[in-house]
Ligand binder design. Structure first.
Ligand code: PEP
Ligand code: MG
Length: 543
């Protein structure tokens, strides 16, 4: 038995087989070739294979999602056969005497560059299609087209690291646990693992090698330990612990339907955070009183093109309807930093956490923002939706947002579309700037939600993604707690409600502090709702 140590992300025990996540080889490294005929033939073969794959995908989509959805694969087929695209590839192979995958990459880059210079949303979408086609071709040519893991039974997924978009695409029913070489406990992947209720251990280091692929293991999310090839006694011990944990969970379920109120009568709302419409099931199962943060950017991740207004509308509407009148706070897209979607074609930045992310993208590229706002307002006719904006630093930003909302509302009214004009608008307080001017910001909005993950990152000047700085990353730092207190005071002074939707909301050692500050709502990952309710019910503040 080998024991590896990392950082536990979610308390829980998993026992099963380790399977390494294989990443698509998008490396199309330039190679000089003598035999260009051979490269041309490799390209033709890859093209034929991709054409056959596309045909299968078309038929599957037609069967499962209808003609409209299947159409995309027809378009891909046309691009694959496009004479100019094909000529660009074969000409490069012949004239530069290079390998086929490099020629595909070059043709793709040239096309995208040309298209990007033209301000046309239709062409921009095609750019993503060209990239998709090219990546698949390169995948075939480099024998590395699998971008995921395949397994019949649930397994422990091991990887160097997982991006949020990779995590979101995984089939949850096949995952027992995540274990990663790198990664930090404050990253979005860790947050996703928590909300999916999957035990995870990150930052295990290089000892977590490919040699363990296929080995049986135990993952202990509480201690951050991984037991590889465990002996029978260890398996027995952890199986017992796992059963005890299950029993503990069941006990908590007796708190369902109860109010989250302290022993001396102070009530607080406990909401849940979600990333995808299907997470609502866990929200209801854990009896959250609402959704305090729907990270809408997850609708934009792990795909090749922007989600359409209709797709978004259906997603928001289904969440609002399934929550049956309970409040659903949807955050507009917070793309950027670690949450990247290639088709946004954002320029590379030296310091993305401080770069063009979240509301900065929305205010710069208003077409994207308007599409989302139209979908959100249309969905507001179907439930209790509130909209919130991330990474705010000024009153000017909030006013600019309101102007765009006004234009969107006029458009919808002109079309006779139903929407709720009284939809509550709030902002995330996740920058020290927003906390310090919260008195002014409170006059502009209906609520605040404090994002302690970023608030800690920006207050302490510590990259939340950087595992080597984790022992400096102190979310209990006096400066962070002071900014939270200032924000709560200013919210109440101006008669608006204030919640916390960062991970700190689930920190039971701070529950009493937050109650004393008068925080109105704590929004946590669904599995944390009932433990938090228990903590609130055991708290007394009148002594
Ligand atoms: C936060 O910053 O605390 C937050 C809730 O937003 P995210 O974690 O998605 O950045
Ligand atoms: Mg944030």
């Amino acid at each position: 038995m080998t024991v590896l140590n990392g950082k536990g992300v979610l308390d829980g025990i998993a026992i099963g087989k380790i399977v390494f996540y294989q990443r698509k080889g998008q490396e199309a490294v330039k190679r000089h070739v003598e035999n260009t005929e051979e490269e041309l033939r490799r390209y033709q073969d890859a093209k034929e294979q991709e054409a056959a794959d596309l045909k299968k995908l078309y038929e599957k989509a037609l069967h499962e999602a209808g003609e409209k959805s299947a159409k995309i694969f027809e378009i891909h087929q046309m691009i694959l056969e496009d004479i100019d695209f094909c000529d660009a590839i074969t000409d490069t192979i012949k004239s530069e005497r290079v390998n086929a995958e490099y020629a595909v990459k070059k043709a793709c880059d040239t096309y995208i560059q040309t298209i990007s210079a033209i301000d046309d949303p239709y062409l921009k979408e095609r750019a993503a299609d060209i990239r998709d086609i090219s990546q698949k071709l390169i995948g075939i040519l480099t024998n590395s087209e699998s971008d995921t893991f395949t397994s019949e039974e649930p397994v422990i997924i091991a990887a160097d690291d997982l991006t949020p978009s990779e995590t979101v695409q995984l089939d949850k029913s096949k995952i027992l646990a995540f274990i990663t070489i790198n990664g930090s406990v404050n990253s979005h992947t860790a947050i996703l693992a928590r909300s999916m209720n999957i035990p995870a251990v990150v930052a295990v280091g290089e000892e977590l090698g490919l040699k363990y692929n296929g080995n049986n293991a135990i993952v202990d999310g509480a201690s951050g330990r991984i037991y590889i090839a465990p002996d029978a006694e260890t398996v027995r011990l952890f199986s017992e612990r796992r059963e005890a944990k299950k029993a503990e969970q069941e006990q908590l379920h007796s708190l369902k339907g109860k109010k989250s109120v302290t022993m001396d009568g102070k009530e607080i709302n406990i909401y849940a955070n979600i990333g995808r419409p299907e997470d609502v099931e866990a929200v209801l199962r854990n009896d959250a009183e609402g959704i305090g943060l729907f990270r809408s950017e997850f609708l934009y991740l792990g795909r090749e093109t922007y989600p359409t207004e209709e797709e978004q509308f259906q997603a928001y509407r289904s969440v609002a309807e399934n929550m049956q009148g309970k409040q659903v706070i949807i955050r507009t897209l917070d793309i950027g930093a670690d949450k990247q979607a290639d088709y946004f074609e954002m320029p590379k930045e030296a310091n993305p956490a401080m770069g063009c992310r979240a509301i900065r993208i929305c205010l710069t590229r208003q077409d994207i923002f308007k599409t989302q706002l139209r979908a959100l307002y249309r969905a507001s006719a179907f439930g209790n939706i509130a909209i919130m904006f991330p990474m705010i630093i000024s009153v000017g930003e909030v006013r600019a947002i309101k102007q765009i909302i006004h234009a969107v509302q006029l458009e919808l009214s002109g079309e006779g579309a139903a929407y709720n004009p009284e939809t509550k608008l709030g902002i995330m307080v996740e920058t020290p700037a927003a906390a310090l001017i919260s008195d002014e910001l409170a006059k502009e909005v209906d609520f605040f939600s404090i994002g302690t993950n970023d608030l800690t990152q920006y207050t302490l000047a510590i990259d939340r993604q950087n595992p080597s700085l984790e022992h400096f990353y102190d979310a209990h730092h006096k400066a962070v707690l002071t900014l939270i207190r200032i924000t709560a005071e200013n919210a109440h002074k101006n008669g608006i409600f204030v919640g916390i939707c960062g991970e700190l909301g689930a920190d039971l050692s701070l529950t009493e502090t937050f109650l004393r500050m008068g925080i109105d709502e704590l929004s946590v990952s669904a599995p944390c709702v009932l433990p938090l309710r228990k903590k609130v019910m055991e708290t007394r503040m009148d002594r």
